[in-house]
Design a protein around this ligand. Sequence first.
Ligand SMILES: Cc1cc2nc3c(=O)[nH]c(=O)nc-3n(C[C@H](O)[C@H](O)[C@H](O)COP(=O)(O)OP(=O)(O)OC[C@H]3O[C@@H](n4cnc5c(N)ncnc54)[C@H](O)[C@@H]3O)c2cc1C
Length: 396
Amino acid sequence: MENQIPVSSLSFDNTEIAFKHLSNKELKESYWLFKIISNRFLAKVGPVLTKTALFLRMPVSGIIKATLFKQFCGGETISGCTPVVLRLFANKVGTILDYSVEGAAEESVFDQTAQHILNSIDKAVEMPQAIPFCVFKVSGLARFSLLEKIASKEELKHFEAVEWQKALNRIELICKKASDFYQPVMIDAEESWIQDVIDDVAIAMMQKYNKDRPIVFNTYQLYRNDKLTSLIADFTIAETGQFVLGAKLVRGAYMEKERIRAVEKGYPSPIHLDKEATDRDFDASVSFCLDHITHIAFAAATHNQHSCEILVAEIEQRKIKSNHPHIYFAQLLGMSDNISFNLSVNNFNVVKYVPYGPVKSVLPYLFRRAEENTSIAGQMSRELNLINRELKRRGV
Ligand SMILES: Cc1cc2nc3c(=O)[nH]c(=O)nc-3n(C[C@H](O)[C@H](O)[C@H](O)COP(=O)(O)OP(=O)(O)OC[C@H]3O[C@@H](n4cnc5c(N)ncnc54)[C@H](O)[C@@H]3O)c2cc1C
């Protein structure tokens, strides 16, 4: 079988391959950044201090731009991301272009965001191999409180129904353009209390645009105890409706928020009771997608080395091509380079989120990276150990 590699030849410990794209100076900067955000206290108070400083018009944007932003973002504009995109592509890693502005509530901003996403599709069309995907969040195109209201099945007032129709038009425009140019687009998963709305829209878009090929990908958060079931149910809808299911598999980024809300509002938490259950459902979802690989295209979006090893082993056992067009590994820019680049040199399809936008507007994304990483046992120490080992190997 072509493009097969023995799993034994793939090592996620090869730091030379992992950090080949970084100079000594950049590597040292990454080391210090991870060292600082691995401090739980700093990661907790950092966002509060930054927001206060910005409110007081203190010049902190420059500091953020030189640190967190530089590590985790591609640039402030699409063209500003080009060097990062090209650098990844030179190492056989594709980009998921992500206009990462969050938290807006005005219609004019939603229109602007939609335009940015359409522009990101244009950019991808210019360099489709380097940018295989674009991505968007439904809450970037519609008011969060409106999504909450729709999800809770409350009746909408006339002006809200009009507002929702405008949001649907924005989503339709993006997915239609993605389809017209054959440029796949992913829809991020968000908080459980708006996710049903996102899922419904995503399925409707797939029904329309995934007829012969995967264009629209929805996201399944496997830290939720109902999402393996949803994936299987959506596959049945896809089989019946004769479209290709596009699935981005993640564990889920809002665990603490979800649990707190469930306690506050007195409903059972939708999140698995423990990490093992999340891991089990994540790996089971990967297997399910592989079982139906002709009709499901999926991205295993994870920094979990073990899940990646399992996927590599399953691809090999099933004698599937390592670069099968329906299988992607996905990581975030600035994280788990040992996974991304060791997979890409071994001919697997690898993509990385490259978020971009004005520094102030991508702060929620950056804070989530810092906050999420302190809550994930071991992730930061893994990054630090790897960078440390590479610095030693280079003798700097
Ligand atoms: C390319 C990419 C795209 C992403 N897109 C999205 C998205 O659209 N929506 C989204 O929500 N997230 C998204 N994420 C983030 C993702 O959901 C995870 O938060 C993050 O990747 C960490 O999980 P992991 O699989 O990489 O690693 P791991 O370190 O193995 O897993 C950590 C994750 O496990 C889960 N977990 C940890 N402790 C427990 C526990 N006690 N009980 C139950 N579960 C637990 C949590 O989800 C936690 O984030 C994305 C990540 C990547 C790499």
